[in-house]
Design a binder for this molecule. Structure first.
Ligand SMILES: [Mn+2]
Length: 411
């Protein structure tokens, strides 16, 4: 899919001005303990622009009046090191994957950069300086920014995050296909879960069934840690311990997703552990399902993101008032306390602007929930939705979610 990555670089260069340079880092895997490291997950912007999934690589895009230029810096193959850590890519392989002709070794990067700045008309450098929290981790790009400020104080530094959001918010056909594959793996995984649910087992057995299925069928990994939360655990939004016994007559909330290649899926389903909903569970479940369906139905280009939250809260509030669980509208915040939607793509919570107007090619989750701690009931139903020219396509429509379908499947 070399053309896809080449096109992404072209699109970014289109957004850049003459005299701009953009530098991206693939990153390295953090140490976990002693000499162990977490499995490497490439920076998703780096992947989007190169298709490579190797540590430490550096990508540089440049734009001058009469030309654009792209260089990728890679690790030099070294047999003595490869005996321990596995094969490196050759320069030809990097070109084959990325479509970038100019491949150089990392050891030459600093000299190359200095010479390029000295002999050319660059005055701005774009770096990926996105931050999730004020005291968040310092990335390779942030460290590099410090070095640049010291060694090239005449250069203006800019954050490329805004451009990357603009590009990645709109998915190409290729990306939609990758995401469909991830969702299909998740579908099979959830069916494996339903087939094996039983009171008395531990929650982690449900997680393990999912894991077994997605890996066996070719998923790279999980898009995020699986939540398998039964009974009252399901009111904790990010419960990942999964170490309690699933009791008789409880529900289990499974929030999970396979990652295919680098693309995420993000699905939540809530199942009765013994295969049959109680009347009360059914009542609450159908309110959440209604919110899920009504929000999905309204999705189309031109809509403001905030409309989705408004609709969702409306349906949930009305549902709980109808069954008498709440008397006033504002009480809903006791039982529903998160947003209904986020962008999804290369990252499970994909980058994008919250105030963006919904447009064709965007992919959103829709995930209403109700969490009733005093009744040990937590329910969330989440689908992945592609915005089309005329409306939407529910990419996860084949993952069953009605009470009848679930009970029939589990019987
Ligand atoms: Mn989600």
């Amino acid at each position: 899919m070399r053309e896809f990555f080449s096109k992404n670089r072209e699109n970014l260069l289109d957004k850049m001005s003459v005299g701009d340079m953009a530098v991206f880092f693939a990153g390295t895997s953090p140490q976990s303990t002693a000499d162990s490291h977490y499995k490497f997950r490439p920076d998703k912007n780096f992947y989007y622009l190169t298709g490579t999934t190797r540590e430490s690589f550096i990508l540089v895009l440049m734009k001058l009046e009469d030309k654009t230029e792209t260089v990728i810096f890679v690790e030099k193959p070294d047999y003595d090191i490869e005996k321990w850590v596995g094969r490196k890519l050759t320069k030809d392989q990097v070109t084959e994957i990325s479509g970038i002709e100019n491949v150089q070794y990392l050891s030459g990067f600093e000299n190359w950069l200095t010479r390029t700045i000295y002999t050319s008309k660059y005055d701005r450098i774009f770096l990926d300086l996105a931050r999730m929290s004020f005291n968040g981790e310092t990335t390779a790009a942030m460290k590099f920014a410090e070095d640049l400020k010291k060694n090239f104080p005449e250069m203006t530094l800019k954050n490329v995050h805004k451009f990357m959001c603009e590009l990645r918010m709109i998915k190409s056909d290729f990306e939609v296909e990758e995401i469909k594959k991830a969702i299909n793996l998740t579908k099979n995984g959830l069916e494996q879960v339903m087939k094996n649910l039983k009171p008395g087992k531990y929650e982690y057995t449900a997680e393990a069934e999912f894991q077994y299925s997605i890996r066996k069928n070719g998923a790279d990994t999980n898009a995020f840690d699986t939540i398998a939360a039964s009974g009252g655990n399901a009111v904790i939004l990010h419960y990942v311990e999964n170490n309690n016994i699933m009791e008789e007559d409880t529900l289990i909330l499974m929030d999970l997703g396979a990652q295919y290649k680098q693309y995420a899926s993000d699905i939540t389903r809530t199942y009765p552990v013994n295969g049959k909903f109680t009347d009360r569970q059914k009542e609450i479940y159908n309110i959440v399902l209604k919110a899920n369906e009504e929000v999905i139905k309204m999705m189309k280009p031109g809509l403001a993101f905030s409309e989705l939250n408004k609709k969702c809260t409306e349906v949930l509030t009305k549902g709980l008032m109808d069954i008498g669980l709440i008397k006033e509208e504002k009480e809903i915040s006791k039982y529903y306390y998160h947003g209904v939607s986020h962008f999804m793509g290369l990252d499970v919570h994909d980058i994008g602007f919250r105030d963006a107007v919904i447009a064709p090619g965007m992919i959103f989750t829709v995930e209403p929930g109700l969490y009733i701690a005093e009744e040990n009931i937590g329910i969330r139903i989440e689908d992945d939705i592609l915005i089309t020219e005329t409306g939407y396509e529910n990419l996860s429509k084949d993952i069953i979610k009605s009470v009848e379908d679930i009970e029939k499947f589990m019987a």
